[in-house]
Design a protein around this ligand. Structure first.
Ligand SMILES: Cc1cc2nc3c(=O)[nH]c(=O)nc-3n(C[C@H](O)[C@H](O)[C@H](O)COP(=O)(O)OP(=O)(O)OC[C@H]3O[C@@H](n4cnc5c(N)ncnc54)[C@H](O)[C@@H]3O)c2cc1C
Length: 531
């Protein structure tokens, strides 16, 4: 992973000249004056943990698994939101942990949490480090120091129960490795978020992630049949049957808890047969409203494709559903007029309703509601470019444009109001940015909206984005949406989450935190709204 950006440096992409021209002429983007910082020049706070405490940590995890080197600390500083990357580009490593500790078992995690509670060392559980909401940047004040608890050594598939279709994993397994391990059994999770290449299973559960094929496979929290949580107060084992009437389901308290109650050390996940066939295709709708109505019909009446997304007019025009083709000048580039819908079907001959039958039935619904079939080419272009957009972000940042995403969800009846409110807030805050949106996940009762914003960087691009984000967040709250559908709360959404919960809801969370983490060492300042 590129320390100051996204992904495999070998896949970095230069912006094509037509896109540079568009940025320059349409948005007024100018290249930054100063070159980006180098890894060596990143400024870190002096390491705060004294030798005896480092030795005590090493006594539990092993000396080789307590690391304090410059590069390791830089690589565990914050996550991968655009403000995170902008801060790194100017060499600001002020949120770096003092040390990175890599436990090798549940028992070591539990021991480390006990030690850190006694010594008041803040602990940041660290999965793939792809948080985009400030979930990895804890408040330091009042602590002896901060460690990142990197779960990379907890990287095993423990068991596969092919009868129940449940696989048990350790939390540090990255998504591609999980798919590789399951493929050996003919199985899949079907969880493909855009952060797929680097994010971990523990991170997906801790942040309630949702993947591109959520229509077919569900959100990640739907997949969690059981889990183990190590807390400073002891261990919670949750989930002994697929469903239960035995009181409130405490799994739901852990899903989305972003490391503030404990560390997930094991996950029992529902798996599916790996599909042998896939077919992705495009449809054009005259307007976002018409395309949304067609998605709603599929969500409510079926059949629901495995992948379903609808770009608004601006996103369609730019061609963002097919990022690898942007600026290529070919037919896969600019998406043209109207709104592009991508529908993807996955299945295996002989298992369930045949793919072709589902495809025909869904196509009949889409055509009845005004869709024009575009065939497989747009679907294949989407599939080829489905993980490419984050690479494009790095090139845009280097060119002097801020590009960032934000998301929300609401009920169908309220979706147009939510869409308008967020767009207007972003336009009002940033002058004349490019604001694009797509419907990214659908349910019977509603859907999520995923916005992408491109704007020229001003002299302080972090503050510039924070103003825009504050305006968009206020608009989401005001328009009755949720502050996040799948990115999570972190530090960035904490205040808006507090408004969603209300004072009593926030007090309940604080009471749970007080029970499980009495010293308050786990991810201080993240998730839980302040008093
Ligand atoms: C380019 C890009 C694209 C993205 N696309 C998507 C997308 O399509 N869908 C989506 O849902 N999200 C997306 N995200 C957000 C992010 O990938 C998810 O939030 C993901 O779930 C984080 O996983 P991670 O392993 O990287 O967790 P981290 O970023 O390491 O951690 C996330 C939070 O969970 C806590 N945590 C991590 N592991 C554990 C554990 N084992 N126990 C307890 N707490 C833990 C951390 O302390 C932190 O608060 C994207 C992010 C980026 C940068």
């Amino acid at each position: 992973m590129l320390w100051s950006g996204w992904g495999d440096p070998a896949q970095a992409r230069e912006l094509p000249e037509p896109i540079r021209g568009l940025l320059r002429d349409l948005l007024g983007v100018r290249a930054p004056d100063a070159p980006a910082a180098t890894l060596e020049s990143v400024r870190l706070p002096p390491a705060a943990l004294p030798g005896p405490l480092l030795a005590a940590l090493a006594g539990i995890a092993g000396a080789a698994n307590v690391r304090t080197g410059h590069e390791t600390r830089v690589r565990h500083t914050r996550g991968k939101s655009t403000p995170d990357l902008l801060r790194m580009r100017v060499g600001d490593g002020s949120d770096a942990p003092d040390a990175v500790v890599l436990p090798g078992s549940h028992e070591e995690v539990a021991e480390l949490l006990r030690l850190c509670s006694e010594e008041r060392i803040a602990v940041v559980p660290f999965g793939g480090g792809t948080s985009v909401v400030g979930g990895l940047a804890p408040a330091r004040a009042g602590f002896t120091g901060v460690i990142a608890l990197d779960l990379a050594r907890l990287d095993r598939l423990r068991s596969v129960d092919a009868e129940s279709m449940v696989a048990e994993f350790e939390p540090g397994v990255r998504a591609p490795e999980a798919e590789r391990l399951l493929a050996a059994h003919g199985l899949t999770l079907g969880h493909f978020p855009q952060s797929f290449e680097y994010a971990t299973l523990g991170g997906f559960a801790a942040a309630r992630s949702s993947g591109q094929a959520s229509a077919g496979y569900g959100r990640f929290d739907d997949m969690v049949a059981g889990l183990t949580l190590a807390t400073p107060s002891g261990t919670l084992e949750l989930g002994r049957a697929p469903r239960s009437a035995a009181g409130p389901d405490l799994r739901q308290l852990v899903l989305g808890s972003e490391g503030v109650f404990g560390v997930i050390t094991s996950l029992r996940l529902r798996v599916r047969r790996a599909p042998a066939e896939r077919r992705y295709e495009g449809w054009r709708f005259a307007s976002f409203a018409a395309g949304s109505a067609a998605m709603r019909a599929l969500a409510q009446e079926g059949p629901l494709p495995s992948v379903l997304r609808l770009s608004d007019e601006t996103e369609t025009m730019i061609g963002l559903a097919k990022p690898e083709a942007i600026g290529s000048g070919g037919s896969g580039g600019s998406g043209g007029s109207g709104c592009l819908l991508i529908a993807g079907y996955e299945g295996t001959p002989g298992a369930g309703v045949p793919l072709e039958e589902r495809r025909r039935a869904a196509a009949a619904v889409l055509a009845r509601l005004g869709g024009e079939p575009l065939g497989e080419e747009p679907g294949l272009a989407w599939e080829r470019g489905r993980f490419a957009a984050p690479y494009l972000r790095d090139s845009l940042l280097a060119a002097g444009a801020t590009v960032e995403t934000l998301e929300t969800a609401g009920f169908w009846a309220n979706l147009p109001r939510l869409y308008d409110a967020v767009r207007l807030a972003l336009l009002g805050a940033l002058g004349s940015p490019l604001v694009m949106c797509h419907v990214s996940h659908v349910y019977e009762t509603g859907a999520s909206l995923y916005f992408t914003v491109v704007t020229p960087q001003d002299a302080d691009p972090v503050a510039q984005w924070e103003r825009a984000k504050a305006a968009a967040s206020a608009a989401i709250v005001e328009a009755g949406g949720t502050i996040t559908h799948h990115h999570g709360v972190g530090r960035d959404h904490r205040d808006a989450y507090g408004l969603e919960l209300g004072p009593l809801g926030a007090a309940v969370l604080r009471a749970v935190k007080g029970e499980l983490d009495p010293a308050g060492i786990l991810n201080p300042g993240v998730l839980i709204p302040g008093p």
